[in-house]
Ligand binder design. Structure first.
Ligand code: 5RP
Length: 242
Protein backbone atom coordinates (compact mmCIF):
# COMPACT_ATOMS: atom_id res chain seq x y z
CA UNK A 1 0.00 0.00 0.00
CA UNK A 2 1.14 3.56 -0.67
CA UNK A 3 0.91 6.17 2.15
CA UNK A 4 -2.58 7.33 1.11
CA UNK A 5 -3.85 3.73 1.13
CA UNK A 6 -2.10 3.13 4.47
CA UNK A 7 -3.90 6.10 6.02
CA UNK A 8 -7.25 4.85 4.77
CA UNK A 9 -6.58 1.31 5.98
CA UNK A 10 -5.64 2.60 9.46
CA UNK A 11 -8.76 4.77 9.58
CA UNK A 12 -11.01 1.88 8.50
CA UNK A 13 -9.44 -0.35 11.18
CA UNK A 14 -10.04 2.32 13.83
CA UNK A 15 -13.68 2.73 12.95
CA UNK A 16 -14.08 -0.96 13.81
CA UNK A 17 -13.24 -0.04 17.44
CA UNK A 18 -16.30 2.17 17.74
CA UNK A 19 -19.29 0.73 19.57
CA UNK A 20 -22.83 2.05 19.91
CA UNK A 21 -23.28 4.56 22.73
CA UNK A 22 -19.63 5.65 22.75
CA UNK A 23 -18.55 9.21 23.41
CA UNK A 24 -15.84 9.93 20.86
CA UNK A 25 -13.15 12.49 20.23
CA UNK A 26 -12.55 13.29 16.57
CA UNK A 27 -9.03 14.30 15.56
CA UNK A 28 -7.86 16.72 12.90
CA UNK A 29 -5.86 16.28 9.69
CA UNK A 30 -5.99 14.21 6.53
CA UNK A 31 -5.87 10.82 8.33
CA UNK A 32 -8.40 11.79 10.99
CA UNK A 33 -10.72 13.03 8.25
CA UNK A 34 -10.70 9.53 6.70
CA UNK A 35 -11.81 8.18 10.08
CA UNK A 36 -14.59 10.80 10.27
CA UNK A 37 -15.67 9.82 6.74
CA UNK A 38 -15.84 6.12 7.72
CA UNK A 39 -17.62 6.97 10.97
CA UNK A 40 -20.17 8.99 9.00
CA UNK A 41 -20.99 5.89 6.96
CA UNK A 42 -21.57 3.86 10.15
CA UNK A 43 -23.74 6.62 11.65
CA UNK A 44 -25.78 6.73 8.43
CA UNK A 45 -26.45 3.01 8.87
CA UNK A 46 -27.72 3.47 12.41
CA UNK A 47 -24.73 3.61 14.80
CA UNK A 48 -25.54 5.89 17.77
CA UNK A 49 -22.54 7.86 19.07
CA UNK A 50 -21.79 11.39 20.17
CA UNK A 51 -18.56 13.08 19.16
CA UNK A 52 -16.43 16.05 20.21
CA UNK A 53 -14.41 17.53 17.31
CA UNK A 54 -10.89 18.90 17.86
CA UNK A 55 -11.12 21.69 15.27
CA UNK A 56 -13.59 23.78 13.35
CA UNK A 57 -12.60 21.88 10.17
CA UNK A 58 -13.45 18.53 11.75
CA UNK A 59 -16.65 19.97 13.23
CA UNK A 60 -17.77 21.09 9.75
CA UNK A 61 -16.94 17.71 8.20
CA UNK A 62 -18.69 15.71 10.95
CA UNK A 63 -21.73 17.99 10.89
CA UNK A 64 -22.06 17.56 7.12
CA UNK A 65 -22.00 13.77 7.59
CA UNK A 66 -24.74 13.88 10.24
CA UNK A 67 -22.53 12.72 13.14
CA UNK A 68 -24.12 13.91 16.42
CA UNK A 69 -21.77 16.44 18.02
CA UNK A 70 -21.21 17.83 21.49
CA UNK A 71 -18.78 20.23 23.09
CA UNK A 72 -16.16 19.04 25.56
CA UNK A 73 -18.13 20.86 28.27
CA UNK A 74 -21.20 18.80 27.44
CA UNK A 75 -19.18 15.55 27.29
CA UNK A 76 -16.18 16.06 29.59
CA UNK A 77 -15.34 12.34 29.69
CA UNK A 78 -14.83 10.46 26.44
CA UNK A 79 -14.46 6.74 25.73
CA UNK A 80 -12.24 6.90 22.67
CA UNK A 81 -10.44 9.53 20.61
CA UNK A 82 -9.02 8.72 17.19
CA UNK A 83 -6.48 11.17 15.79
CA UNK A 84 -3.52 11.38 13.44
CA UNK A 85 0.06 12.34 14.30
CA UNK A 86 3.11 13.90 12.70
CA UNK A 87 5.56 11.56 14.45
CA UNK A 88 5.14 8.43 16.57
CA UNK A 89 8.04 7.01 18.59
CA UNK A 90 8.35 3.40 19.86
CA UNK A 91 6.78 4.41 23.23
CA UNK A 92 3.83 5.96 21.35
CA UNK A 93 4.87 9.45 22.30
CA UNK A 94 3.90 11.85 19.55
CA UNK A 95 4.52 15.11 17.82
CA UNK A 96 1.22 16.64 16.77
CA UNK A 97 0.03 20.02 15.57
CA UNK A 98 1.16 20.06 11.96
CA UNK A 99 -2.41 21.10 11.20
CA UNK A 100 -2.42 23.64 14.02
CA UNK A 101 -5.06 21.93 16.19
CA UNK A 102 -2.73 20.75 18.98
CA UNK A 103 -4.42 22.57 21.87
CA UNK A 104 -7.91 21.18 21.31
CA UNK A 105 -6.42 17.83 20.28
CA UNK A 106 -4.57 17.58 23.59
CA UNK A 107 -7.59 18.68 25.63
CA UNK A 108 -9.76 16.07 23.95
CA UNK A 109 -7.09 13.34 24.17
CA UNK A 110 -6.58 14.01 27.89
CA UNK A 111 -10.34 13.69 28.45
CA UNK A 112 -10.42 10.27 26.73
CA UNK A 113 -9.96 6.86 28.28
CA UNK A 114 -8.23 5.77 25.09
CA UNK A 115 -6.35 7.67 22.38
CA UNK A 116 -5.85 5.61 19.24
CA UNK A 117 -3.42 7.15 16.75
CA UNK A 118 -3.87 6.40 13.06
CA UNK A 119 -1.13 7.04 10.52
CA UNK A 120 0.84 5.82 7.56
CA UNK A 121 4.25 4.24 8.08
CA UNK A 122 6.17 7.46 7.30
CA UNK A 123 5.13 8.80 10.72
CA UNK A 124 7.08 6.15 12.67
CA UNK A 125 10.41 7.38 14.04
CA UNK A 126 13.00 6.00 16.44
CA UNK A 127 13.29 9.37 18.15
CA UNK A 128 10.99 12.41 18.07
CA UNK A 129 12.19 15.65 16.57
CA UNK A 130 12.62 15.48 12.82
CA UNK A 131 9.18 17.01 12.26
CA UNK A 132 9.08 20.68 13.32
CA UNK A 133 7.66 20.88 16.85
CA UNK A 134 4.66 23.26 16.99
CA UNK A 135 4.49 25.55 20.01
CA UNK A 136 1.25 27.51 20.44
CA UNK A 137 1.72 30.97 21.98
CA UNK A 138 -0.38 34.03 22.71
CA UNK A 139 0.09 36.79 20.10
CA UNK A 140 0.73 39.50 22.71
CA UNK A 141 4.43 39.72 23.47
CA UNK A 142 5.41 37.39 20.63
CA UNK A 143 9.07 38.47 20.61
CA UNK A 144 9.63 38.05 24.35
CA UNK A 145 7.96 34.62 24.30
CA UNK A 146 9.98 33.63 21.22
CA UNK A 147 13.23 34.50 23.02
CA UNK A 148 12.27 32.49 26.10
CA UNK A 149 11.31 29.51 23.95
CA UNK A 150 14.57 29.77 21.97
CA UNK A 151 16.61 29.86 25.20
CA UNK A 152 14.85 26.76 26.56
CA UNK A 153 15.35 24.86 23.31
CA UNK A 154 19.02 25.91 23.10
CA UNK A 155 19.46 24.15 26.42
CA UNK A 156 17.36 21.03 25.72
CA UNK A 157 17.65 20.49 21.97
CA UNK A 158 20.49 22.70 20.72
CA UNK A 159 21.12 23.65 17.12
CA UNK A 160 17.57 24.26 15.94
CA UNK A 161 15.68 27.19 14.50
CA UNK A 162 12.38 28.73 15.47
CA UNK A 163 9.94 30.25 12.97
CA UNK A 164 6.55 31.92 13.30
CA UNK A 165 4.09 29.87 11.25
CA UNK A 166 2.51 31.88 8.42
CA UNK A 167 -0.80 31.29 6.67
CA UNK A 168 -1.32 31.23 2.89
CA UNK A 169 -1.61 35.03 2.69
CA UNK A 170 1.74 35.51 4.45
CA UNK A 171 0.22 36.75 7.71
CA UNK A 172 0.67 34.77 10.95
CA UNK A 173 -1.29 31.52 11.03
CA UNK A 174 -4.03 31.72 13.67
CA UNK A 175 -5.22 28.64 15.54
CA UNK A 176 -8.91 28.03 16.24
CA UNK A 177 -8.20 29.58 19.66
CA UNK A 178 -6.76 32.76 18.08
CA UNK A 179 -3.13 31.98 18.97
CA UNK A 180 0.13 31.95 16.98
CA UNK A 181 2.37 28.93 16.37
CA UNK A 182 6.16 28.81 16.53
CA UNK A 183 7.60 25.84 14.63
CA UNK A 184 10.86 24.54 16.13
CA UNK A 185 13.08 22.72 13.61
CA UNK A 186 15.28 20.66 15.89
CA UNK A 187 16.31 17.43 14.13
CA UNK A 188 16.10 15.55 17.46
CA UNK A 189 14.57 16.00 20.90
CA UNK A 190 16.79 14.05 23.34
CA UNK A 191 14.36 14.34 26.31
CA UNK A 192 10.80 14.84 25.06
CA UNK A 193 9.11 14.83 28.49
CA UNK A 194 11.60 17.31 29.97
CA UNK A 195 11.34 19.51 26.87
CA UNK A 196 7.55 19.47 27.11
CA UNK A 197 7.64 20.47 30.77
CA UNK A 198 10.12 23.29 30.08
CA UNK A 199 8.06 24.69 27.22
CA UNK A 200 4.85 24.50 29.21
CA UNK A 201 6.44 26.52 32.02
CA UNK A 202 7.24 29.49 29.75
CA UNK A 203 5.06 32.56 30.13
CA UNK A 204 3.19 33.13 26.86
CA UNK A 205 3.24 29.47 25.78
CA UNK A 206 -0.25 28.01 25.64
CA UNK A 207 0.66 24.43 24.63
CA UNK A 208 3.16 22.41 22.64
CA UNK A 209 2.87 19.50 20.24
CA UNK A 210 4.62 16.86 22.36
CA UNK A 211 1.99 14.29 23.38
CA UNK A 212 3.70 12.27 26.11
CA UNK A 213 1.96 9.23 27.67
CA UNK A 214 -1.33 10.07 25.99
CA UNK A 215 -1.66 7.56 23.15
CA UNK A 216 -2.79 4.10 24.23
CA UNK A 217 -2.64 2.40 20.85
CA UNK A 218 -1.42 3.08 17.30
CA UNK A 219 -2.82 1.67 14.08
CA UNK A 220 -0.19 2.26 11.44
CA UNK A 221 -0.61 1.37 7.81
CA UNK A 222 2.26 -0.59 6.30
CA UNK A 223 3.12 -2.11 2.91
CA UNK A 224 0.95 -5.16 3.52
CA UNK A 225 -1.52 -4.38 6.30
CA UNK A 226 -2.08 -2.39 9.48
CA UNK A 227 0.32 -2.65 12.44
CA UNK A 228 -1.51 -2.63 15.76
CA UNK A 229 0.77 -1.35 18.53
CA UNK A 230 -0.39 -1.05 22.14
CA UNK A 231 1.53 1.20 24.48
CA UNK A 232 3.58 -0.60 27.08
CA UNK A 233 2.11 0.20 30.48
CA UNK A 234 4.27 2.42 32.66
CA UNK A 235 3.77 2.75 36.44
CA UNK A 236 2.72 6.38 35.98
CA UNK A 237 0.32 5.84 33.13
CA UNK A 238 -1.14 2.39 33.73
CA UNK A 239 -4.67 3.66 34.16
CA UNK A 240 -4.73 4.94 30.58
CA UNK A 241 -3.22 1.88 28.91
CA UNK A 242 -5.58 -0.15 26.72
C1 5RP B 1 -3.23 18.41 13.39
C2 5RP B 1 -2.47 17.18 13.71
C3 5RP B 1 -2.56 16.04 12.74
O1 5RP B 1 -3.07 14.94 13.40
C4 5RP B 1 -1.22 15.76 12.19
O2 5RP B 1 -0.72 16.95 11.62
C5 5RP B 1 -1.27 14.64 11.15
O3 5RP B 1 -1.94 15.08 10.02
P1 5RP B 1 -2.12 14.16 8.74
O4 5RP B 1 -2.98 13.03 9.13
O5 5RP B 1 -2.76 15.09 7.73
O6 5RP B 1 -0.73 13.74 8.31
O7 5RP B 1 -1.81 17.05 14.71
O8 5RP B 1 -3.00 19.42 14.34
Amino acid sequence: MNPAEQKRAAAERAVGLVEGGMRLGLGTGSTASLFVEALGRRVASGLAVVAVPTSEATRAQAEALGIPLATLDEQPELDLTVDGADEIDPELNLIKGGGGALLREKLVAAASRKLVVIADATKRVDRLGRFPLPIEIVPFGLETTRRRVAAALDRLAPGGTLALRLGPSGTPFLTDGGHYILDARLSAIPSPAETGRALKAILGVVEHGLFIDLATRALIGAQDGVMDIARRTSPLSGERAS
